[in-house]
Write a protein that binds this ligand. Structure first.
Ligand SMILES: Cc1cc2nc3c(=O)[nH]c(=O)nc-3n(C[C@H](O)[C@H](O)[C@H](O)COP(=O)(O)OP(=O)(O)OC[C@H]3O[C@@H](n4cnc5c(N)ncnc54)[C@H](O)[C@@H]3O)c2cc1C
Length: 333
């Protein structure tokens, strides 16, 4: 009952700024009680934030509950999340073509090492030394990466960017001959399992899109300095597959057609106490250099909708070009 009450009450809160001042741990303890906290909330918080849950404010859980409620509301109490056949590869391909038609030059696989302002413009130096000059630059990389790339920022700006606390991820993408259990999302609360969820894409998307196979993601959310980042692919594969075999009796290691691992140290910014007050500004003290990234999503969860909305809201304000023209381009993209 107290679990339901917590969710219902949280979903009706409008003043999320107030929740930024309370630790999520204290908030959930207060509303759900110790037993529900230990059995339900704590394992879920640990799954997403590892021990960093201790740093998160109650605005974190508010944003998640608000998003679930919005999805249900829009679907007459039925959850509504969409999937584009072909996934992000298809969306990015279409976006790339659209940008090309508009005369935009996209440089893929160009790691930015340095962004410096000079009297002629903003010089961007890529890995390998290649340089390109621009009138304005918007960095959309995580805060610490932007701080390292821009030596002309003030020490206060760098400290704010580096002060954003991120959670990282190690995620396995597994192609299987047959499905596991047929559930789209299974959140794992048992601490012996080396991943934090089982996402069976093929429970949502017809297997014909994967050549008849089943596609499963096994994410493990970890702090950016977690030793898992230095673990070999082979060791991760062995421990993940051993856990799958224990969890799903019908799973056979010979079902695995492909197993790939991605590692990203800075995936999402943890909404820490008084988060929105501590955030670095999007315009910097270096003329023409702006830093906007998903850490600037202050009252929502990390997802593509929020990220695109952030870009649409922000870019016309930052870049000195006619705002109407920019908006039209985004809307059509
Ligand atoms: C496991 C997982 C599942 C998710 N599932 C969903 C979902 O189902 N639906 C949904 O809406 N959202 C989902 N999200 C969230 C979604 O991925 C993010 O909202 C979105 O990717 C944020 O976009 P971004 O451009 O801010 O950051 P990113 O997509 O992280 O892009 C940052 C880019 O910067 C690049 N970069 C870093 N350093 C440099 C450098 N020095 N030079 C040049 N480039 C650099 C990186 O390579 C990267 O491509 C998921 C996230 C995760 C981790």
């Amino acid at each position: 009952f107290r679990l339901g009450l917590t969710i219902f009450y949280t979903s009706h809160i409008k003043n999320w700024q107030r929740l930024e001042q309370i630790k999520v741990e204290d908030w959930l303890n207060q509303w759900s009680g110790k037993r529900t906290m230990e059995r339900i909330w704590l394992p879920l918080l640990r799954a997403k934030l590892s021990d960093n849950y201790k740093k998160a404010s109650a605005a974190f859980i508010w944003a998640i509950i608000a998003r679930m409620y919005a999805a249900r509301r829009s679907g007459m109490k039925k959850e509504m999340f969409g999937y584009v056949p072909g996934g992000y590869a298809r969306i990015l391909d279409a976006l790339g073509k659209k940008l090309e038609q508009a005369g935009v030059v996209v440089h893929l696989n160009h790691r930015v090492k340095r962004v410096e302002s000079s009297s002629e413009g903003i010089n961007v130096t890529f890995e390998g030394g290649h340089q390109v000059r621009f009138d304005e630059v918007v960095l959309t990389t995580p805060g610490p990466v932007a701080a390292d790339a821009c030596p002309q920022l003030t020490s206060e700006e760098k400290a704010r960017l580096r002060g954003i606390q991120y959670q990282g991820i190690v995620c396995a993408s597994v192609l299987l001959k047959k499905p596991l259990a047929g559930y789209y999302v299974t959140n794992i609360t048992d601490s012996w399992v080396p991943f934090t969820a089982v996402i069976e894409m093929s429970a949502l998307v017809d297997r014909k899109h994967f050549g008849g196979s089943a596609l499963v993601y096994l994410p493990k959310y970890v702090a950016p300095d977690d030793p898992l980042f230095n673990e070999s692919d082979e060791n991760i594969k062995q421990s993940f597959l051993a856990a799958l075999a224990r969890m799903y009796p019908s799973f056979e290691p010979s079902d695995v057609l492909s197993f790939q691992i991605s590692r990203v140290r800075y995936v999402f910014a943890i909404p820490t106490l008084n988060y929105s007050c501590e955030l670095p500004s999007m315009s910097t003290s270096v003329p023409g250099v702006h830093i906007v990234n998903s850490a600037h999503i202050i009252n929502g969860t990390l997802n593509v909708n929020e990220t695109v909305q952030l870009a649409e809201r922000t870019i016309p304000e930052l870049v000195s070009m006619p705002a109407g023209a920019e908006r039209t381009e985004h809307a059509g993209a």
